[in-house]
Design a protein around this ligand. Structure first.
Ligand SMILES: Nc1ncnc2c1ncn2[C@@H]1O[C@H](COP(=O)(O)OP(=O)(O)O)[C@@H](O)[C@H]1O
Ligand SMILES: [Mg+2]
Length: 218
């Protein structure tokens, strides 16, 4: 369902982030992308959701060449992809509930389904009691859960998580990892970028290890 076919990415004609990267991810798979800072992990995620385009090679998602998706079709394409950014990117002047509502309204969810979806998603993450809080009233781990809830609320087929355990303590990390395991068990494809190279082994999941933009281990 996701295929990188000999993909290279060079930023501004001079910064090579990926060189000749090829791999496939099947529907329902759980894939870790590991590697040191600057290896190209975030770039891979950006290529999947079409924030960046490959310089050469093809990125194919659900039989679609992402480079051929028109700009105005990108929001529609992304309905199916839940993204958890490294720095959360929450709306800080809105409550937890409103952050999720914003996403559902943007994709045209029917008014009478919005509340039900938000409450269900927040309940699943143990965050429903914080629904009227603003992000600044939450701990780092709780903000991370809101970022995950926002990605999940649209029931996407693909979840992309960029260093979701990067900014939180070990205990909260374990909880977060378990949430992703659960999401994956329910059928979603999960791709998680992390510099914690021990995680794939602990979870017994596939690992794509990249260094300086090249796959060194799959
Ligand atoms: N917008 C950009 N412009 C120029 N270089 C970039 C840009 N984004 C990323 N890079 C470079 O590409 C390389 C890979 O970056 P990135 O994919 O963010 O790595 P990682 O997520 O593994 O830390 C790095 O050398 C980084 O400096
Ligand atoms: Mg990164």
């Amino acid at each position: 369902m996701i295929e990188f076919d000999n993909v290279s990415k060079v930023y501004q004609n001079k910064w090579t982030a990926l060189s000749n990267v090829s791999f496939k991810v099947e529907k329902g798979e759980f894939l870790f992308i590991t590697g040191p800072t600057g290896a190209g992990k975030t770039t891979i995620l950006k290529l999947i959701y079409g924030e960046e385009l490959p310089t050469t090679g093809k990125v194919i998602v659900n039989n679609k060449n992402v480079s051929l998706i028109k700009k105005k079709e990108l929001p529609f394409y992304r309905r199916n992809i839940g993204i958890i950014f490294q720095d959360f990117k929450l709306l800080y002047d809105r409550t937890v509930y409103e952050n999720l509502e914003f996403v559902l309204k943007a994709i045209g969810t029917k008014e009478d389904e919005i509340r039900e979806k938000i409450i269900r998603t927040l309940t699943r993450l143990g965050m429903v009691h914080k629904k009227d809080c603003y992000p600044y009233q939450l701990s780092g781990g709780e903000q991370q859960k809101v970022a995950i809830a926002r990605a999940l609320v649209k029931d996407p087929e693909i979840i992309l998580a960029d260093e979701p355990t990067g900014n939180i303590d070990e205990e909260a990390s374990k909880e977060i990892i378990n949430i992703f395991k659960e999401i994956n068990l329910m059928g979603a494809t999960v791709i998680m970028a992390t510099h914690h190279s021990e995680l794939p082994q602990i979870l017994k999941k596939r690992r794509l290890h990249i260094v300086s933009g090249k796959i060194v281990y799959d």
